[in-house]
Design a protein around this ligand. Sequence first.
Ligand SMILES: [Zn+2]
Length: 282
Amino acid sequence: MKHAIALYACAVMVLLGGCGGTQTAQPRTTVEPEPITHEHNPGDTSASETPQRKPDESDSTDKPANSLDGVTIALDPGHNGGNASHLSRINKKVPDGRGGKKACNTTGTATDDGFPEHEFNWNVATKVRDELEKRGARVIMSRDSNDGVGPCVDERGKFADEADFLVSIHANGSTDSSIRGFGVILAPGEKVEESTKLAEAIVRGFKDHDFPINRAGYGKDGMVERTDLAGLNHASVPAVIVECGEMRNPKEAERMQKDPDAYARALVDGIDAFASYATMGL
Ligand SMILES: [Zn+2]
């Protein structure tokens, strides 16, 4: 799997002018204004940014097209249920992955009637996990319950080192309640080409399930590159944050609370498509 992804990345880099040198990030939409109103602290891997991919003969075995056997997927349900009651712990500064510091974690946002983002993230992530495991994937999670504290953003990236890729699950809390829709965030850097492919697959998954792209803060393609998200900065594998919707938008708030399966299905489709594509190679 990793070998296949590396082959894909190499092929892309060849198209861009070479493979093997320092990858040149091609920020497509580096966005400065951030209508996204809550801080995101997905994981951060302070691990080496050097790709550690090595050819792995076991990856080249033939697999059924729809199987996720042999694929390891890291899921990071944003925030945690105990964060709000442990502010001193989650406000502790940790490396942001670009030379600065950032709070360990945040509480996340909530709907106007108090349904918290951490619970939505957890509900969706566990459903995604269950379905991916049914399809043969190994799934690792950044947290194992919704009543704990943290982990810090750096750990939320590090835990994914052993996975093939990382998907962090969040929801937005824009104060303008007319804003709605999903968006996918990735970071410029070593893994930008593969992360872009992952982001594209997830955007397609959401669109296929009739979710609208969030027009406030994301490009027409539903994606944006950001440098301020510590988890993405430290990820040593392809990584994205998915903002599934807007919790202050009344219709989306209701759907998030009542129908997490809808979001899970969109995510699973996107994740499966990326994993299958990368496993099969070009
Ligand atoms: Zn969040």
